[in-house]
Design a protein around this ligand. Sequence first.
Ligand code: AMP
Length: 276
Amino acid sequence: MQVVHTVSDVRAFLENRKNIGLVPTMGALHIGHETLIRTALAESDVLAISIFVNPLQFGPNEDYSRYPRPLPQDLEVCERNAVDLVFAPTVEEMYPLPQLTNVEVGRVSEHLCGKFRPGHFRGVATVVLKLLNIVRPQRAYFGEKDLQQLMVIRRMVMDLNVPVTIVGVPTVREPDGLALSSRNKYLNATERNAAPALHRALQEAANRIRAGEREPSKVRDAAMQTLNASPLIRVEYFEIVDPEELQPVSVINGPVRIAAAIWIGKTRLIDNERVE
Ligand code: AMP
């Protein structure tokens, strides 16, 4: 395994290599990331993973400075999973000049997290396009846990004819349903006990739709009751949206995605459920 920190070292390592898979991450790797890595490994001759906490995608009052950065442990995870190349750049390497060019994916970025994290998806799309241009992989892997991120990237790649296939990987969960996330580390024991209510509420909502409910407000109200039953939980949004552009639907008459964000103490958690 090669660990590099500069764009020129990535290019040198990957020169003349074909069938490259890329897994972009912010590190603090867990089984969710490992699942992306294993999926990518099975389909790629060379597997590259990037570890970069991207300042562009954090708002001024968000957790950029306290975001976990356990690089030595992350490298062990990569080594154990037979990763070929780890690209762990500094902020200066990624942004040697002020970033004047940014990727704005309209509409798909508008609702859900986009509404509460202004500029977040611009930061995500911009750094992902940079990583795709640096590594030039045939395929890049993203988790369905971050549904809006996955759809923003898919749309960017289509709109801009970026020569890469985007692969979505199903969400990996704890036995009690909580989606794995680097931010779960922030939860104390009581908060951790309250957290599975998010997945439970999403599943209840999905089941209500599968049972025939067509009115988003009714589905939402029932789910809000489940979430509001816990005094530790504050709901940021709970929306039923179309699967492509993630626009809220007024009637449920086809496949939808149910997506939610909650706060537990100082920790923000997101999750989603698909209904086909
Ligand atoms: P992050 O390091 O949080 O930016 O995540 C890097 C990639 O791993 C993103 O594509 C995430 O969607 C994906 N990911 C994070 N958590 C999970 C999970 N529990 N299951 C599947 N993929 C995940």
